[in-house]
Ligand binder design. Structure first.
Ligand code: FAD
Length: 461
């Protein structure tokens, strides 16, 4: 009897919810529309996902809606470089090329990195990636806004994709039990339903929160200080430089022959101090960070020197010339900014009718320039799997296929994130035994070409 009463009450609640939803549908101006796929968040990852799915021939019948909270501002290439750039790996370039967006970047501007030189301020041990003859491209430096606009431009050619800007989502109702659709309510009152919701809404993802996914996260208590730099003289600017300081890595990414972009990760306190300096003082500090000497342990210096001799004796490729980074002359006024850095990983990427993509699922330290590349890797994988699901006659939200996406991406992302996290921990200490171990490790890795190739392959996909 009690059970029956409970059942009746439950049905009444469900009915009330259904009736409320239908009443809203009939009596408000905001009519609920249904889409096969709704993508929440039109950042670099969400917009690229919309374009990629829109261009997938197996998905031409699927109606796709992209919702982005910010306004659609007309964008033209500014004369000045933006202080927000990303280093894109060859896998990302292949993706952007396949959807036709790379040509839009190519006709605007980008820089190629032919070599990466990384060294330790506490031992001067160095590792390089890329051919010594600078024949092969390691990565591409592109401004975030340019990338976004290049992809958005291409998305206009996708008949089945609608983009709604100025559309902040207020609430997601994910399907439970026998319900099939996801319900989405915008702050402006518009409502949508869809078969599959793709959360590309960044680090503080509301989609992830609606999934009630377990999220492992912490702050690095660091900020990434960015700026646009003018070099003291024009050079063949094809090398990306990164020096590990005890407070965090400082990196220079090429833009033009006489300009580079800065990403300087440091403690929050130090970042605030750097942001408060005059341009001239900041440039002095930066040159010191790149060239200055730090107190070093004689044990570390002796051990690394002996190991170097040993590697040379074995003829293990340590003869590659170490080059000197460019000196900085000035910074673009007003280009300095700081961003908090943190780690985050969602233990679930999928649920009933929902999947997470990009920073919504994972966030890492920028020291390896991999954050958005992992997101683009998610896009490529999800696009293939959704195409396969529909081609084989399954539904777009088939949990079996979504699970395949989750396991494939977690395998790759967790491995990459663990390696980056390990590097971060290894380099944010000045304890002599750790400095010694990491310096010998760096020398060993630098000498072993197959190991370096394996690292590049993992970072390129
Ligand atoms: C200093 C720094 C340097 C970096 N350098 C590199 C690099 O060299 N290489 C690299 O690969 N990565 C780099 N990264 C990481 C990279 O910037 C991020 O991985 C990337 O921006 C994530 O893109 P996203 O589209 O997933 O998320 P976001 O860029 O956060 O986009 C999320 C979008 O969702 C929208 N949104 C949020 N909530 C809602 C809502 N309720 N309704 C509607 N829309 C919503 C937002 O408006 C936003 O447009 C760097 C990061 C930092 C901080």
């Amino acid at each position: 009897m009690l059970l029956n009463l409970y059942k009746i009450r439950k049905i009444t609640i469900c009915c009330n919810a259904e009736v409320n939803f239908m009443l809203k549908r009939h009596f408000s101006n905001n009519v609920t529309k249904h889409y096969d796929i709704v993508i929440a968040g039109g950042g670099m990852v969400g917009t690229t996902l919309a374009c990629t799915l829109g261009k997938n021939k197996k998905l031409t019948e699927k109606k796709i809606l992209l919702l982005e909270a910010s306004k659609n501002k007309p964008w033209t290439l500014p004369e000045k470089y933006s202080n927000r750039v990303v280093s894109l790996n060859p896998g990302t370039r292949t993706l952007l090329n396949s959807i036709g967006a790379w040509k839009n970047i190519e006709k605007s501007r980008f820089a190629t990195v032919k070599r990466l030189q990384v060294w330790d301020a506490l031992s001067d041990t160095t590792i390089t990636f890329g051919q010594p003859e600078l024949t092969e491209t390691v990565s591409y430096i592109v401004e975030n806004d340019l990338l976004l606009s290049a992809v958005a431009e291409e998305t206009k050619n996708c008949q089945n994709v609608t983009i709604q800007y100025d559309a902040r989502v207020k609430e997601y109702t994910l399907p439970e039990y026998s319900e099939k659709n996801v319900k989405i309510q915008l702050e402006n009152g518009d409502e949508y339903t869809c078969d599959l919701l793709l959360g590309c809404d960044g680090v503080n993802s509301s989609v992830r929160k609606a999934m009630q996914a377990d999220y492992l996260s912490w702050s690095y208590h660091q900020m990434g200080v960015v700026a646009t730099l003018k070099l003291s003289e024009p050079i063949k600017n094809e090398i990306a430089w990164q020096r590990f300081l005890p407070t965090g890595p400082v990196a220079l990414l090429p833009l033009t022959d006489d300009m580079s972009s800065l990403v300087w990760s440091t403690t929050v306190q130090e970042a605030k101090r750097l942001l408060g300096l005059s341009d001239e003082e900041f440039v002095d500090e930066l040159n010191r960070a790149i060239y200055g000497t730090f107190s070093r342990s004689s044990l570390v210096l002796q051990a690394t020197s002996a190991f170097d001799t040993f590697l040379r004796f074995l003829n293990c490729g340590v003869d590659e010339m170490r080059q000197f980074p460019p000196k900085i002359k000035t910074i673009e006024t007003g280009s300095r900014a700081g961003f908090p850095l943190g780690f985050g990983h969602s233990s679930q990427y999928i649920g009933k009718g929902v999947a997470l993509v990009g920073d919504a699922a994972h966030r890492i330290h920028p020291l390896a320039g991999q954050g958005v590349n992992l997101g683009f890797g998610d896009v490529t994988c999800l696009n293939d799997i959704l195409g396969k699901a529909v081609y084989s006659g399954s539904t777009i939200n088939d949990l079996g296929y979504l699970r395949e996406y989750e396991s494939e991406r977690q395998k790759h992302n967790v491995t990459t994130m663990a390696a980056i996290e390990g590097l971060h921990r290894l380099y944010t200490t000045d304890l002599t035994p750790v400095v010694l171990l990491r310096s010998l490790g760096l020398q060993f890795t630098h000498a072993l070409a197959p190991l370096k190739r394996a690292i590049v392959t993992q970072a390129s996909n």
